[in-house]
Design a protein around this ligand. Structure first.
Ligand SMILES: [Zn+2]
Length: 104
């Protein structure tokens, strides 16, 4: 059984790449990649439009390979591995180190 390590809504931390050490919330999973709030920001130039007559540059998130991310445990305060455990018929993901439950 393969474990999907990271899901939409999880808080994750980047463990490689330019944003190493930064954490954020998963906004979207796109295949093997994830869109994470505040991570992998790229400058994006905006065209001048009626709504935005000045044009300008905004920061926009780009996807990151899931292999560069780890689930962030708020109790261990770092990226951790998850284990699955079964409680009252439900499969729950827990921090391997401290047992913090990621699914409620
Ligand atoms: Zn933990």
């Amino acid at each position: 059984m393969s474990v999907q390590r990271i899901r939409k809504g999880d808080t994750v931390i980047a463990v490689s790449g330019t944003d190493i050490g930064k954490s954020g919330k998963v906004l979207q999973i796109v295949g093997e990649r994830a869109l994470v709030e505040g991570l992998n920001l790229r400058k994006k130039a905006l065209r001048k439009t009626q709504d935005n007559p000045q044009g300008g540059i905004i920061d926009k998130e780009c996807t990151i390979a899931i292999s560069n991310l780890m689930p962030y445990c708020p109790e261990c305060k770092k990226g951790v591995r998850l284990v699955r455990s079964r409680e009252s018929g439900k499969s729950i993901r827990k921090c391997q180190a401290c047992g913090h439950a990621f699914d409620s």
